[in-house]
Design a protein around this ligand. Structure first.
Ligand code: FAD
Length: 410
């Protein structure tokens, strides 16, 4: 197994349940210095109650922590207890650099061949199956825009964000339409920064919350793509943004109003397609009107609570409308533009399609082009609930492929 985040730990728990023996039958290689997966690195202001829900690992519910404690600490502690309690064979820090497959049958491997897994320190492991659970945190994505290299101010990605206080008094352009962008905008505003939000498309607000049915819906909509080998959609692209009370307040104040798509970057700011900072917003299409108007719904009180969405905004105007172009000066560009699957170490296996996706079987964990390789936390399972379920499925299959269990499983 490679990776000890939610997906890897869930798979490991299931391998134990299937009576695979720690160290003898499987090990987990993890690049981090300690437990927590990607959560270990998230900023302190992302408190437990601000996270969108952390699903329990199998068989060990998370004791409700202080909601104001940073999620990074809560999750690192929780994963650490899980690792200790189950006696998981985690080898860290080991960054896997390559995974190769050898088809030449050997006495122990039967017809399926074996994988050779090589760490950055040169150590190698040999395995009949590989469960890859390496997440996305190590692969931040910043899209290209003309002028990006000429910007004189500071640019940083979600991965480099630590505290809103760092931006007090600054003008900040926040790029991206996901929940990280929403949280940054609210925090920066509170910390005294002046923000401008830019999104490629009008934000798609949805009248729902991040509960377990949300995780299941993400799985359904994203797995339709991965079975075709297409790159996975982001979670928000699959389900829309939830209209929570907190976000509604941001909509009302105008902080969470997208000011249009980014056209290009200048040395001192950016050019956006849109009506300008005050002239209304790129309107929300999606379900926002329904969400806000629903009697007794998440945002009961009606559209009049959201001045920027009144009038033109509610007529579902799209970004194809002839919008004006305007320029804004900013000190910092914060790229909340997401992540890609961290899979460079799998390159020798040639499992990627031309568009960058990996074609998966409908089970969501088996790779069509390389039997014996399982991806968990990939695409449809990139949420804590999805990762937990996928980890279990992959482990059941890996365990089934382990007869006789003479060579190990990673
Ligand atoms: P990770 O937690 O990223 O674990 C991967 C592990 O693999 C890491 O320990 C890493 O060090 C290791 N690794 C990576 N590459 C290698 C390598 N080459 N060799 C060895 N080890 C390697 N989901 C939710 O359900 N609720 C939320 O509230 C939520 N909030 C989020 C907030 C942000 C800002 C982001 C970016 C994502 C959020 N998610 C949330 C999605 C979240 O990433 C997943 O839910 C889940 O934690 C991912 O688990 P994972 O095991 O797939 O990956």
């Amino acid at each position: 197994m490679i990776g000890a985040g939610q997906a890897g730990l869930s798979a490991a728990g299931q391998l134990l349940r299937k009576r695979l023996r720690p160290n003898e039958d499987f090990v987990i290689l993890d690049a981090n210095d300690g437990p927590g997966g990607a959560w270990r690195h998230r900023w302190d202001a992302l408190t437990f109650d601000a996270a969108h829900g952390i699903h329990d690992l199998p068989g060990m519910p998370l004791d409700p922590p202080d909601p104001a404690e940073p999620a990074s600490r809560v999750v690192a502690r929780y994963y650490g207890s899980y690792e200790r309690e189950l006696g998981l064979p985690i080898v860290r820090p080991v960054r896997v650099e390559s995974v190769e497959h050898h088809t030449a049958p050997t006495e122990n491997d039967g017809k399926a061949g074996h994988f050779t897994v090589t760490g950055a320190d040169g150590r190698t492991w040999r395995a009949r199956t590989v469960i890859n659970a390496t997440g996305t945190w190590d692969s931040p994505y910043i899209p290209y825009y003309p002028g990006i290299a000429e910007f004189n101010g500071r640019q940083l990605h979600t991965r480099g964000y630590s505290s809103a206080a760092d931006f007090a008094g600054q003008r900040v352009l926040v790029v991206g339409g996901g929940t990280s962008a929403l949280q940054f905008l609210l925090q920066l505003d509170q910390a005294g920064a002046r923000t401008v939000w830019t999104t490629r498309r009008a934000p798609d607000w949805a009248d729902r919350f991040f509960d377990s049915s949300w995780g299941v819906d993400v799985e359904a909509s994203v797995s339709a793509r991965t079975t075709m080998g297409l790159p996975p959609l982001s979670v928000v692209a699959a389900t829309g943004l939830p209209v929570t009370e907190q976000y509604l307040a941001g909509l009302t104040s105008g902080v969470l109003i997208s000011r249009g798509p980014l056209r290009r970057i200048t040395p001192t700011g950016a050019v956006l397609d849109g009506p300008g900072p005050d002239g209304g917003a790129v309107p929300s299409q999606g379900h926002v009107a329904d969400a806000l108007l629903a009697p007794g719904g998440a945002a009961a009180g009606g559209l009049d609570r959201v001045p920027a969405l009144t009038g033109r905004a509610c007529t579902a105007v799209s970004t194809e409308d002839p919008l004006t172009t305007w320029e804004t000066e900013v000190d910092t560009i914060l790229w909340a533009t997401g992540f890609r699957a961290s899979m460079d170490h799998l390159s020798p296996l040639h499992v990627r399609e031309r568009g960058g996706g990996v074609m998966m079987l409908p089970d969501g964990v088996s790779v069509v082009k390389r039997p014996g390789l399982f991806l968990v936390g990939y695409g449809a399972s990139a949420s804590t609930i999805g990762a937990t379920r996928a980890g279990r499925r992959a482990a059941v299959q890996a365990a089934a492929a382990s007869h006789p269990p003479q060579s190990g499983h990673l």
